[in-house]
Structures are given as structure tokens and as C-alpha cells.
Design a protein around this ligand. Structure first.
Ligand code: HEC
Ligand code: HEC
Length: 217
């Protein structure tokens, strides 16, 4: 009898512990860790691609070798925008940027948005920073980074870019290196509503990119 009640007490304790752990986990809420946040936006890339064709996003956006150039090329958009950012943007672009030329779409479900995000995620080419920074010529390394991060999706730097964003071809004439470095580290610290993305660049990457941009006069 005594033994049995010990076993019971033990079981109750274990159960209590389990309940406590479950409650603790549920209070962590969704989107706590980066991995969890990303899971929140899980979707079907094949359905996403089909939907983008049906809605004709290509009319305004380039992807790979096709599409228009009214808005930024989307091939590497996942290098500059988080899934959360993309979700909020697609839900209603004018909430992020009242002056935007992108229309708001009517979605049948949030699943549709997640499917598009899942498709966009498959398109990116991750940047091999380590390899690029082995290049000793800082201006050359910067040029490679600007290409890899696809800054020309928005900025004209001699080639590429869109007229609605600052042209960086002659940035060397008016920008100052210290300002540029701070700006690239976190554009929203300069203007919380800026459309310029935060690429989460490392200091050596910023050094190289600024050397390249300022070499253009
Ligand atoms: C009529 C033209 C037009 C159509 C159609 C359009 N967009 Fe856009 N989109 C734009 C413009 C212009 C911008 C740039 C916003 C700005 O500068 O205000 C943009 C921005 C974006 C961005 C952010 C790009 C970045 O680099 O940060 C994403 C993502 C996007 N669009 C996805 C889509 C998807 C997905 C569709 C189809 C469901 C679509 N767009 C349809 C014009 C369009
Ligand atoms: C999605 C579009 C977009 C992309 C991609 C983009 N930028 Fe920008 N950038 C902007 C916008 C918009 C501004 C203007 C800031 C503002 O007015 O809020 C800007 C401003 C700048 C400026 C300041 C220019 C000036 O004359 O004031 C620099 C420098 C710059 N970007 C560098 C870069 C670099 C380097 C990359 C790639 C790593 C990049 N940008 C990618 C949209 C973009």
C-alpha cells in the first residue's frame, strides 16, 4: 500500500511537471524564435508560382529572365525582406508605403499569401560572403556584393535599377562614407518609414560596398 502511494505521488509529480512544461511552452507564443516565426508562413511553392501567374505579378515584376520592370525584380527579394515583411506587404502594400504603385490584391485566404512567399523563397541565391571577401581589392569585392545582393533591383548604378529610387551612379560625388556606413547598417534608424531594405550586412561587407559605391563619380 505505502509503496503504491509513493508510485502515485511520483506519477502525479511527473504529470504536474509535464503540464507546467506545456503551459510554459504555450506562453512562449508564436514567432518567438526565428525558426518558429518562419514556420508560421509555411506554404506550397508550386501553388504560389501558379497564383503569381494567374494574378499576373509578372506584368510589373521581373523574375529570372521574364517579367516587367515597373516594380523591383523579385528573384532575390528574400535576401532583403523577411517572410513577415513580405506577408504584411502582400496583405496590403499601402499600409507599409502609402505612395506605392503596387495594387492591393483581394486574397481568398492567408494561405495564398504564404504560398507566394514560399515560391519567392525558392528563387534566391544565398550570398557567399566569405568567398567574396577573400578578394583583396575592396572596390572589386564591393562590386561583387552589390551584384550578389541585387541592389540593381532598385538602384541604377550605371546599369539596371528603376527611376523611382535614388540613382547611385554618381553617389561618390555627394555621399559621405561615414553616413553611408551608418545608413547601410540600418536604414530604418535614419527614417523608420524608408523603403530601403535592411540587408543585415556585416561591417566588412559594408566597408567593401561603400568603397565600390563611392568609387563611382
Ligand atoms: C501594377 C504593377 C504591380 C503589380 C501588378 C504587382 N506589383 Fe508588386 N510592386 C509594384 C511596385 C511599383 C513596387 C515597388 C513599391 C514602391 O516602391 O512603392 C512593388 C513591390 C513589390 C514587392 C516588394 C519588393 C522589394 O524589393 O521589396 C513585392 C514582394 C511585390 N511587389 C510582390 C508582388 C506580387 C507577389 C504581385 C502579384 C500578386 C505583385 N507584386 C503585383 C508594382 C506591382
Ligand atoms: C527594394 C528597393 C531597394 C533595394 C533592393 C536597395 N535599395 Fe538602396 N534605397 C532604396 C530607397 C527607396 C532609397 C531611398 C531612401 C529613402 O528615401 O527612404 C535607398 C537609398 C539608398 C542609398 C542612399 C542614396 C541617396 O542618394 O540618398 C544608398 C547608398 C543605398 N540605397 C544603397 C543600397 C545598396 C548598397 C543596396 C544593395 C545592398 C540597396 N541600396 C538596395 C531602395 C532600395
Amino acid at each position: 500500500m505505502r509503496r503504491n502511494s509513493k508510485v502515485w505521488k511520483g506519477l502525479v509529480l511527473v504529470l504536474a511537471l509535464l503540464v507546467w512544461i506545456l503551459v510554459f511552452l504555450s506562453f512562449q507564443g508564436p514567432g518567438r524564435s526565428w525558426a518558429e516565426e518562419e514556420d508560421e508562413y509555411a506554404g506550397d511553392p508550386v501553388a504560389g508560382e501558379k497564383l503569381m501567374r494567374d494574378l499576373d505579378c509578372y506584368q510589373c515584376h521581373g523574375i529570372g529572365d521574364e517579367g516587367g520592370d515597373v516594380g523591383p525584380d523579385l528573384t532575390n527579394v528574400r535576401l532583403r525582406r523577411s517572410k513577415k515583411w513580405l506577408f504584411e506587404w502582400l496583405e496590403d502594400p499601402s499600409l507599409s508605403r502609402p505612395s506605392t504603385g503596387m495594387p492591393a490584391f483581394t486574397w481568398n485566404s492567408y494561405k495564398e499569401i504564404n504560398n507566394i512567399i514560399a515560391y519567392l523563397d525558392t528563387l534566391k541565391t544565398p550570398v557567399d560572403t566569405k568567398k567574396i571577401l577573400k578578394e583583396k581589392n575592396l572596390v572589386k569585392a564591393g562590386e561583387m556584393l552589390v551584384k550578389a545582393y541585387d541592389c540593381r533591383a532598385c538602384h541604377t548604378i550605371k546599369t539596371g535599377g528603376l527611376d523611382i529610387y535614388p540613382n547611385l551612379t554618381k553617389a561618390g560625388e555627394k555621399l559621405r562614407p561615414e553616413w553611408d556606413k551608418k545608413f547601410l547598417k540600418d536604414p530604418s534608424a535614419w527614417d523608420i518609414y524608408t523603403f530601403m531594405p535592411n540587408f543585415h550586412l556585416s561591417d566588412p561587407e559594408i566597408e567593401a560596398i561603400v568603397a565600390y559605391i563611392l568609387s563611382k563619380k
